[in-house]
Write a protein that binds this ligand. Structure first.
Ligand SMILES: *[C@@H]1O[C@H](CO)[C@@H](O)[C@H](O)[C@H]1NC(C)=O
Length: 181
C-alpha cells in the first residue's frame, strides 16, 4: 500500500512537471507584423541620416531663393565648376545621397533639354555645350554617392505652364530626359 501511494505521488510530480509549466521553458515568440511594413527604399531613406541638396542655378547668380523665370540664361556663368569636388565633400561627410536642382521654379534647366532653350544651351558655360546634370551624375556615380534630381513642378518661365496637357507632356518629356542621365 505504501509503495502504491509512493508511485502515485511520483507520477503526479512527473505529470505536473511536464504539463502545466511546459510553456514556461520557451521564450515568448515575437508578435506577427502589423501591416503596412516599410519598403526596402523607405527603410533605406530612414537610415540615410544626412543628405545634400544642391540649390544651384540662375538664383546662384542673382542671390535669390526663388527666381522669376525672366532671368537670361547668360547670367548662368559658373567659372571653375567642379562637381567632383562636391562629391568629394559629400563622401568625406558620410553623405549617401546628393540632390541637385536640375530645374527650379524659375524654369532654367541645368541640362540641355531638347524641349526648351531656357537652359545651359544659352549659357556661357562651355559655350553652350555644358551639362551640369550629367557632370554631377557622373561624379556622384564615380564617388559612390546616390543621385537625386529635382524637377520643379512650378515653372515660372515656360509658356506651357498652366495648360494642363501641354505642360504635363513637357514635364514628362523632361523627366524622361533626366531619368536617362
Ligand atoms: C576637382 O576637385 C577635386 C577635389 O575634390 C580635384 O582633385 C580635381 O583636381 C578638381 N578638378 C579640377 C579640374 O579642378
Amino acid at each position: 500500500m505504501a509503495t502504491h501511494y509512493h508511485l502515485i505521488i511520483s507520477t503526479l510530480i512527473i505529470l505536473s512537471n511536464i504539463l502545466p509549466s511546459h510553456q514556461n521553458h520557451f521564450a515568448t515568440t515575437p508578435p506577427l507584423p502589423i501591416l503596412p511594413l516599410p519598403s526596402y527604399s523607405q527603410l533605406k531613406w530612414q537610415q540615410r541620416e544626412i543628405i545634400f541638396f544642391h540649390h544651384f542655378g540662375v538664383n546662384t547668380f542673382t542671390n535669390s531663393e526663388w527666381g522669376t523665370g525672366k532671368e537670361s540664361p547668360k547670367i548662368f556663368n559658373p567659372k571653375g565648376l567642379n562637381t567632383t569636388q562636391w562629391v568629394d565633400v559629400a563622401v568625406q561627410m558620410g553623405v549617401s545621397l546628393s540632390i541637385l536642382t536640375a530645374k527650379h521654379h524659375d524654369g532654367f534647366c541645368l541640362w540641355p533639354s531638347k524641349y526648351t532653350d531656357h537652359s545651359v544651351i544659352g549659357s556661357p558655360l562651355q559655350d553652350g555645350h555644358g551639362d551640369v546634370v550629367k557632370d554631377f551624375a557622373d561624379a556622384a556615380r564615380a564617388g559612390g554617392v546616390d543621385i537625386g534630381l529635382y524637377l520643379s513642378l512650378w515653372d515660372r518661365h515656360d509658356y506651357r505652364y498652366g495648360k494642363t496637357i501641354a505642360y504635363n507632356e513637357y514635364y514628362m518629356g523632361q523627366l524622361q530626359e533626366l531619368l536617362n542621365k
